[in-house]
Write a protein that binds this ligand. Structure first.
Ligand code: PEP
Ligand code: MN
Length: 676
């Protein structure tokens, strides 16, 4: 077949795909009608899970990669949920047909507020007309005066934080929040001609955008920054001026709208740069109680000591989850604060009304800014395993009994304090993205000993994901016994590991060897690992205590349990209370295995400390065929999880090949662990 013919064929497949998507949306709408009539909830996670499992199975038969398939279907499901939500929010729109909505934004077409509005109102099926204003206050006024139906205002950004001016406006307006939208901001450098970035002499930028791209901007010392009130207008300006030495920071969409060139993409400090927008209107709209809702509130606590704590404890008493707490000075009252609180719940819920009642005594002012449907669509968690036989309850109870730590106070004074059960009785749960280590779930960290190439770590990440493990490991800086052995891919390796984690939505862990590395590695790795050889590298421990990332601390191969806890104390004492301990085998007179796995350390540690404790059977045993039984034993004795090494081709591994599980062995181990 010629290339033209092939392209024609692809085009017609794409057309078919669109037809099918449209057809699916049509059916989805009928489902909404049914859910509406029967007052059923919008989300049915069980059904979503079954749907995905069925598709993955089908995909497997047809040779479609399951990771790709889940990604596509997550999008389709999200679209369907949003479609259904919008129907509940606006049930009459199908009847009334096309109508026009007037939306006030700060900035012109192409501004981020414009793009976010389009995203938010896309499901309303209505024509949008924009009222463009220079200042946030004018945007609010436009709705107050009836010039526009809605205002769409940015409230916070995941890189630069809250937008103070908007917070202050919310306090003084009579308008109410009726919705929220998040928008991923992808800043680009754009210019009127296709020039090299180093030719640029002047950059027009919104101050927030410039702040979010500060790392990139310092690489262009020749370029002068000129602050501009809004991003799209800065693009309009360079389009008009046509000076090839002038550039602007804006979105790809704005560049396309004004037909200018993108000369550099992805210039933001943080790739994950999202802005949250509020949709504001004159009238309160009731939020259907089938939708997950959020409420925003502004409050000033009374002058008495401890009043903020008391106010917040009311949220705790009602088991209401806070999603945001921001403080702003009260204008005219120096050193006094107003608190902006977002929480999960609907102001019409009885629980929320009672909360507001009980909150009253601790406040001297409060105002509900609005209840609105929460826009974050939580992905259905998929366990890609075939389900295994359910164990009988008595057996589960028995296992729990075995694993329970015996908490008893020891009279003997200890050289560590923060790590001890006496200091903190409840188990510490270390949260890494949405994985909890130290709670009821048995967590599996899997991956190769070393990151060896981009394709190797991506392949391993896929293996972690499809087998239902939670965290991806990969050494980038390797502590090798011989200086002539492979030392790791270092920063390149870390880049690959980070990218694999992003692609497969898995937290990643890697080892640090030197104090100077800690801060930089913490930027890219979700967990910092301190290896057995460095357990008593005190300057390394202290550095790890200063970062915000959890630290996985391995027991030294010649260290006692007491020394391990003292090493943990070094990290805890610096302020970082997220330490995970790991037993990885110790040196004994026995030489049959690489080390001797000290499984008795697990119940002992559970008695002495509140910190989570995991096991690394791979480094303990050193031989792949004996790793699985010890991994299973680890679960039985009550470890909170394990870390195991596997490799696509263990014979070719650059480090620790003999202990690396083969893929099918890892898959089998995951199934066997489930059965326990
Ligand atoms: C590792 O996990 O890759 C490692 C080097 O382990 P350990 O520090 O336990 O030897
Ligand atoms: Mn290893």
């Amino acid at each position: 077949m010629s290339i033209e013919e092939l392209r024609d064929k692809i085009n017609s497949v794409d057309t078919e795909l669109i037809d099918l998507l449209a057809k699916r949306r049509g059916l989805s709408k009928e489902v909404i009608q049914d859910k509406n009539d029967n007052k059923n909830p919008i989300r049915d996670q069980k059904r979503e899970e079954e749907l995905l499992k069925r598709l993955i199975k089908l995909g497997k038969q047809k040779g479609v990669d399951q990771h790709f398939l889940t990604k596509v279907f997550y999008e389709i499901i999200e679209d369907s949920i949003r479609l259904q939500q919008s129907h509940i929010l606006n049930p009459s729109k199908e009847v009334t047909g096309k109508e026009r909505l007037t939306i006030a934004i700060q900035g012109i077409e192409g501004a981020y507020s414009y793009l976010a509005s389009q995203k938010y109102f896309a499901y309303s099926n209505k024509e949008l007309e924009f009222v463009s204003k220079k200042r946030f206050s004018e945007v609010v006024e436009a709705v107050e005066k009836g010039e526009a139906d809605y205002a769409v205002l940015p409230i916070e950004n995941t890189t630069s934080g809250g937008i103070n001016e908007v917070y202050d406006l919310l306090l003084h307006t009579t308008l109410t929040i009726v919705g929220e939208e998040t928008f991923q901001v992808k800043h680009c450098l754009v210019a009127s001609a296709d020039v090299s970035v180093h030719k640029i002499k002047k950059i027009y930028a919104h101050y927030q955008a410039a702040a979010q791209c500060s790392n990139f901007l310092v690489t262009l010392p020749e370029a002068r920054i000129e602050y501009f009130a809004d991003t799209a207008m800065s693009v309009q300006k360079i389009a008009e001026e046509k000076n090839p030495e002038f550039a602007a920071i804006a979105s790809e969409e704005a560049a396309n709208l004004f037909k200018v060139n993108i000369i550099r993409k992805e210039i933001a400090n943080q790739e994950e740069n999202h802005t949250r927008f509020l949709i504001i209107a004159r009238n309160i709209s009731k939020v259907d109680n089938r939708l997950p809702a959020k409420t925003s509130l502004v409050m000033a606590t009374s002058h008495a000591p401890g009043s903020l704590v008391k106010a917040l404890s009311v949220f705790d008493a009602y088991k209401i989850n806070l999603t945001k707490l921001e403080s702003r000075p009260i204008l005219g009252n120096p050193w006094e604060q107003m608190f902006y609180v977002d929480f999960e719940g609907n102001r019409d819920d009885e629980n929320v009304q009672n909360l507001l009642d009980d909150l009253g005594p601790y406040l001297r002012f409060f105002k509900v800014l609005g209840s609105y449907p929460s826009q974050v669509v939580k992905k259905t968690k998929l366990d890609l395993h075939e389900s295994v036989d359910v164990k009988d309850d008595a057996y589960v109870e028995k296992i729990k009994e075995i694993q329970k730590p015996i908490v008893k106070k020891k009279a003997k004074a200890k050289s560590y304090k923060l790590a001890s059960r006496e200091y903190k009785e409840d188990d510490t749960i270390v949260k890494v993205r949405d994985v909890e280590i130290g709670g009821d779930d048995f967590v599996v960290i899997g991956g190769p000993c070393s990151v060896e190439s981009e394709s190797q770590i991506f392949s391993c990440a896929n293996e972690v994901k499809v087998n239902g493990a939670q965290i991806l490991r990969g050494g980038c800086f390797k502590p090798r016994t011989s200086p002539y052995s492979f030392q790791g891919l270092e920063w390149d390796g870390l880049n690959y590991l980070e990218a694999a984690g992003k692609e497969y939505d898995l937290p990643v862990i890697t080892e640090v060897l030197a104090p100077e590395q800690v801060l930089a590695v913490a930027k890219q790795s979700d967990i910092i690992q301190i290896g057995a050889r460095n357990m008593q590298n005190f300057s390394l421990l202290k550095e790890a205590g200063k970062v915000h990332r959890p630290v996985l601390l391995k027991r030294g191969m010649m260290s006692s349990i007491d020394e391990l806890l003292n090493a943990a104390e070094y990290i805890l004492a610096q302020g970082n209370r997220q330490v995970i301990l790991m037993e990885r085998g110790i040196r004994t007179f026995e030489t049959a295995t690489r080390n001797t796995l000290d499984l008795s350390a697990i119940p002992v540690l559970k008695e002495l400390t509140h910190l989570p404790i995991m096991v690394d059977p791979s480094h303990a045993i050193g031989e792949r065929d004996k790793v699985a039984p010890m991994a299973l034993a680890s679960k039985i004795v009550g470890a909170h999880g394990i870390m195991v090494e596997f490799h696509p081709e263990p014979e070719k591994a650059l480090s620790d090949g003999p202990q690396a599980l083969r893929y099918p062995q890892f898959a089998q181990l995951m199934i066997d662990l489930k059965k326990l």
